[in-house]
Design a protein around this ligand. Structure first.
Ligand code: PAF
Length: 277
């Protein structure tokens, strides 16, 4: 496994791989089994794999959130040393030099809801870093988790416009034994809160069952809201949306998805599930 700490070193390595297929797995580190499954998928579908580890300040709307974001580069490198060909772990100045001009992406139709609504500027920040990485690595395929479903939809859109040849590969959510979606943020949960956080997936499953038993969208929303209230867990939003436009829906349509963002302790967690097949 090669370690490239700056764009220039990475470029030298990429030049050697000219003509080969490359899988890119962008991450912010604090790697868990969800990330490892993306990397394994990338390895099985490409000649070479690049994993980027970079905590992107531009996608944090809350400085406290950035400060508390877990990081363990040494541990991460150990976890993936046999899985990837290259780790790209640049510092901030290398990615965003002083003369860096922030790009503005046309994603308004997808970012006005859920994460985009509650985290102002978040997706412009995500698009900036993903654009930089796709432009630099020019991968054959890039891998993103379905846990961040809205992010995946926005990156798909951005990449279709700017990098039509790159395939964006969605990867399944990996869960803890209690159903909680694996996330780097889970490291910030106390043991007690880790158990309480199971409420998120439990309610997505409950919503799916209720919809299947013909409850209306409004009824399902009310039941889920009450469930969180009863457990005194702060539900930031529960939305049921069209799977592609991400607009909230009032009546049943195929592939519609449920999305939850909730605070367990001080940790903000998100998850989603297909509710109607
Ligand atoms: O999903 C993440 O970890 C990040 O948003 C990403 C895609 C690596 C961009 O910083």
């Amino acid at each position: 496994m090669q370690i490239a700490k700056d764009k220039e070193t990475l470029q030298t390595l990429l030049n050697k791989w000219s003509g080969k297929s490359i899988g890119l797995v962008p991450t912010m580190g604090a790697l868990h089994e969800g990330h490892l499954s993306l990397i394994e998928k990338a390895k099985s579908e490409n000649d070479f794999v690049v994993v980027s580890i970079f905590v992107n300040p531009k996608q944090f709307n809350d400085p406290k959130d950035l400060e508390n974001y877990p990081s363990d580069l040494e541990g991460d490198l150990k976890k993936i040393q046999d899985l990837t060909d290259c780790v790209f772990c640049p510092d901030i100045e290398n990615v965003y030099p002083n003369d860096f001009k922030e790009l503005r992406f046309e994603i308004d139709h997808l970012e006005g809801v859920m994460e985009g609504k509650h985290r102002q500027g978040h997706f412009q920040g995500v698009c900036n870093i993903v654009y930089i990485l796709l432009d630099l690595v020019k991968p054959t395929r890039a891998y993103f988790g379905i846990k961040d479903y809205q992010q995946l939809a926005i990156i798909r859109h951005m990449s279709k416009v700017h990098f039509p040849k790159i395939e964006i590969v969605p990867c399944e959510i990996i869960r803890e034994e209690n159903g909680l979606a694996k996330s780097s943020r889970n490291l910030n949960l106390s043991k007690d809160d880790f158990e309480k956080a199971a409420i998120i997936y439990q309610n997505l499953i409950a919503a799916r069952d209720l919809i299947r038993s013909n409850k209306s969208i409004d009824q399902v929303k009310e039941i889920v809201r009450n469930n969180f209230q009863k457990e005194k867990i702060e539900l930031e939003y529960f939305e049921i949306t069209h799977p592609d436009t991400l607009q909230p829906i009032n009546s049943r349509i195929p592939r519609s998805r449920g999305f939850i963002a909730a605070y367990v302790g001080n940790v903000r967690l998100i998850d989603n599930l297909e509710l109607i097949e």
